[in-house]
Design a protein around this ligand. Structure first.
Ligand code: GLY
Length: 352
């Protein structure tokens, strides 16, 4: 199958997303126009042994390896990366490549946005979650003691290069967690895509090239459209991408992050559909639950205390002055923001 190229339309900050199976084999040639000075590839110690040397050789770049895992999304690691680059030599033409999942992408984007007041960066995402969500849209962040992603910037990459072949080395649990975000796009924006996923999830998750490339491309198209409409999450359009996330973040935090982000989101999509029904929608909750469960994603977490989950939701950075706002479904493929939801209704959903 030929590579697809999409565009994120943001005036002078527009950029291409190129998607294809085996694209890493051509990364030197593809990324050459973006390399004007010294290049660094930031990656983690899971991805480094698999792909980093090849990518660095193709780009003529130097490698910086951080420890895999959420702890690397810290100011301390950002400082280490920045000091390493500065010690090796850097100027305004320096370019950073992130080669990894969401942690590496968010960390590298953050470093690029502050290094010499902003140098170019390019995303090469290697997890399904990063390929379909976090590498597109320019949210960069590290975690703070007060919560996840609380220190960050909006800073768009110059390009995103997605090789779906790298998903062959991704652990199944991570692949499924990324699938939750893919399914979310169908739920909030595109009923036909949801139908496609219901019919083709086995192919997507067994990495059938056509089905997988289509699912990644459609997710990126939908995300690009939303980001172009509301880059800085100001009008409400981008906030729809947080469907399932208020519940999901609470499950993740209550489990002390044993639950993966995508797993929390999967169950969160089911609970948020349940809440939508309580608020008057006739969305088919069982249909959503059936599909997510059929692929092996969790659809319910009942071991946490409702009071703890509610207090975590109130601390979520999307919460406005203690009132709970939720993304709800009017139907599969159509989402809306509902403000000031009565927490008793949320408690009923959590306990149902
Ligand atoms: N992951 C949600 C967003 O990029 O806005």
């Amino acid at each position: 199958m030929r590579n697809s190229i999409l565009n994120v339309s943001l005036r002078d900050r527009s950029y291409p997303i190129e998607i294809g199976a085996g694209l890493l084999g051509e990364i030197g040639e593809k990324a050459a126009p973006f390399v004007r000075g010294r290049a660094f590839v930031v990656t983690d110690d899971n991805v480094a042994p698999l792909y980093a040397d090849k990518v660095c050789a193709a780009l003529g770049a130097e490698k910086i390896v951080v420890k895999a895992g959420e702890e690397s999304k810290s100011l301390k690691t950002a400082e280490d990366v920045l000091e390493t680059i500065l010690a090796r030599g850097c100027d305004r033409r320096t370019v950073l490549f992130s080669l990894g999942g969401g942690v590496v992408g968010d960390l590298t984007g953050f470093c690029a946005s502050v290094l010499e007041r902003g140098v170019d960066f390019i995303q090469i995402p290697t997890t399904l979650l990063a390929q379909t969500d976090s590498s597109v849209g320019g949210k960069t962040a590290v975690n703070a003691r007060a919560g996840k992603n609380l220190i960050g910037t909006f800073y768009q990459p110059k390009a995103v290069f997605i090789d779906t072949d790298v998903l062959k080395t991704l652990p199944r649990r991570q692949l499924l967690a990324g699938y939750a975000e893919v399914a979310k796009y169908g739920l909030i924006l595109d009923a036909d895509f949801w139908d496609f996923l219901e019919q083709n999830a086995d192919k997507v998750l067994s990495l059938d090239e056509d089905a997988l490339c289509f699912a990644v491309r459609r997710s990126c198209e939908l995300k690009a459209r939303v980001v172009a409409a509301d880059e800085r999450e100001e009008t409400g359009a981008r906030a729809l991408l947080n469907y399932g996330h208020t519940f999901g973040h609470a499950f993740e935090a209550a489990s002390h992050f044993d639950i993966l982000h995508g797993e929390g989101v999967a169950a969160g999509c089911v609970y948020a559909a349940g809440l939508s029904r309580k608020l008057g929608s006739d969305v088919d909750v069982d249909r959503i639950k059936r599909h997510l469960k059929s692929v092996g994603l969790p659809v319910c977490f009942d071991s946490f205390k409702t009071s703890e989950l509610l207090s975590l939701m109130k601390k979520d950075k999307k919460t406005v002055s203690d009132r709970l706002n939720f993304v709800c479904l009017k139907a599969i493929g159509r989402a809306e923001i509902v403000k000031d939801v009565d927490s008793r209704l949320v408690a009923e959903v959590l306990e149902s």
